[in-house]
Ligand binder design. Structure first.
Ligand SMILES: Cc1cc2nc3c(=O)[nH]c(=O)nc-3n(C[C@H](O)[C@H](O)[C@H](O)COP(=O)(O)OP(=O)(O)OC[C@H]3O[C@@H](n4cnc5c(N)ncnc54)[C@H](O)[C@@H]3O)c2cc1C
Length: 413
């Protein structure tokens, strides 16, 4: 059985950043990937997807975007090429087509069973992704079988869907992008809206993420928020990365003809029962937006940083007027439901007692209660941007130093 110091599971941006930080500290390791490098982006993205983070935010330990369009937004093939260059530049020891099937404790660390043999290691870093599996509500099981239902990771392009109307469920980053693309393709889209985080693409002369970076929101530490579990549950940003740097919010979708309805309460065959919460959720998103813009305004006022003039925004809550209580999919001609309702994680191969009642890995800043076991890339794991390309490197380096310390202590002993 081959032995190494650290096994990293997953070769997405997190696993590659981890590898780079381990190499920098001279820690022997191997990265095990069940598919190809950056498999998630290869296998679970729609064709038109571009990052919503600008190119200048594509920063990983010792490697960053250095092209001629720092304010542009990478397509998925461009991101995959970027990650491939990163792996080559760091000489990352990635073993592709190697699925981890079992991890368990052993006398001197961990035994890791893979589809291509067994490994032994002193430490293991789980970097299998925050957006692992789609989280689809149980009500989906009561949907009439004559309606096609897919989760967002299965969506590629509008012409893959049967003719007819489409119900997109979820109005965060993915939901609004799919609703927009499918409506533009000539279908009637209905968008079921729950909690969401509204943001304009640009504000006072800069990209909104530039401002959030400047005011320290993205790098905010877990200790700086009052209720970390609540912060972790915040929906993803309602943003799209397009060459025209346009915003994509509910007003824009409404103007394009997308029908806006409340969150799905339940389903019975073709009947979809809706909440009467649309006014409340849009008003809450408007208030949060006003709050963040005020913080940016205050930052501009106190620092004197160059900025454009203040830009008012139009509230979206009036769009809730007349939203229906239910939908009859048959009568409305809706033939497809797309669930853009977020993600969950599952670790059926992890036979180490670190999972909580929800099946999540118990951790503080990526360090689990089991000595030598770490996790990387979770949402708001250590800082708000822990699951972003721009944030995961910071956490990876913290964990690498922790492993170096543990390894050094073990060697001394
Ligand atoms: C639609 C979408 C758009 C996003 N856009 C942005 C954006 O614009 N900017 C940004 O910063 N972030 C964005 N994110 C968030 C984040 O960057 C991605 O989720 C990214 O994929 C996370 O990288 P990761 O390395 O943590 O995990 P992943 O990319 O999910 O990588 C995990 C890897 O682990 C492998 N793996 C899983 N299980 C096993 C196993 N048992 N054995 C071996 N290998 C295994 C998988 O094949 C995969 O390659 C987006 C996320 C989504 C879903």
């Amino acid at each position: 059985m081959p032995r190494t110091t650290t096994i990293v599971i997953g070769a997405g941006q997190a696993g590659l950043a981890m590898s780079r930080c381990l190499s920098d500290l001279g820690i022997e390791h191997v990265v095990l990937e069940r598919g190809k490098l950056a498999q998630r982006w290869r296998g679970q993205s729609w064709d038109s997807l571009h990052l919503l983070t600008p190119n200048w935010m594509t920063r990983l330990p010792r490697f960053r975007y250095d092209g001629s369009d720092p304010d542009g937004f990478m397509s998925v093939p461009q991101l995959i090429a970027f990650l491939e260059r990163y792996a080559t530049s760091s000489a990352a020891p990635v073993l592709t087509d190697t699925a981890v099937e079992r991890v368990e404790r052993s006398a001197n660390g961990f035994d890791v069973v893979t589809s291509r043999g067994e490994w032994s290691a002193s430490s293991v870093v789980v970097a299998t992704g925050y957006c692992d599996l789609p989280a689809v509500p149980l009500a989906s099981q009561r949907l009439a079988t004559s309606v096609l239902q897919i989760a967002a990771p299965e969506y590629r392009r509008p012409d893959q869907l049967p003719a007819g109307g489409v119900l997109v469920v979820g109005a965060s980053s993915t939901g609004v992008q799919l609703a927009d693309e499918i409506q533009r393709s000539g279908r009637q889209v209905t968008l079921a809206i729950g909690r969401h985080t509204r943001l304009p693409r640009r504000y006072r002369g800069h990209d909104i993420l530039w401002w959030l970076d400047q005011i320290g929101v993205l790098s905010q530490h877990v200790d700086a928020v009052q209720d970390i579990e609540r912060s972790r549950r915040q929906p993803s940003l309602q943003l799209v990365g397009r060459p025209d740097h346009a915003s994509l919010d509910l007003s824009v979708l409404h103007q394009r003809g997308v029908r806006l309805v409340g969150r799905i309460r339940d389903i019975d065959g073709h009947r979809v029962m809706l909440g009467d919460d649309l006014a409340a959720t849009t008003a809450a998103a408007d208030i949060k937006l006003a709050d963040i813009l005020t913080r940016i305004d205050r930052f501009i006022a106190t620092t004197g940083i160059a900025a454009g003039s203040r830009e008012p925004f139009t509230p979206t809550w009036p769009l809730a007027a007349g939203a229906p209580d239910d939908l009859d999919l048959e009568r409305e001609g809706i033939k497809t439901v797309i669930w853009a309702t977020g993600y969950r994680r599952a670790y059926p191969w992890l036979h180490v007692p670190v999972l909580d009642a929800h099946g999540e890995i118990t951790q503080t800043s990526g360090i689990t209660p089991v000595s030598g076991l770490y996790v990387l890339g979770l949402n708001f794991q250590r800082r708000r941007n822990s699951s972003f390309i721009d944030g995961v490197g910071h956490d990876a380096c913290v964990i690498a130093h922790e492993i170096a310390g543990t390894t050094a202590r073990v060697r001394v002993a």
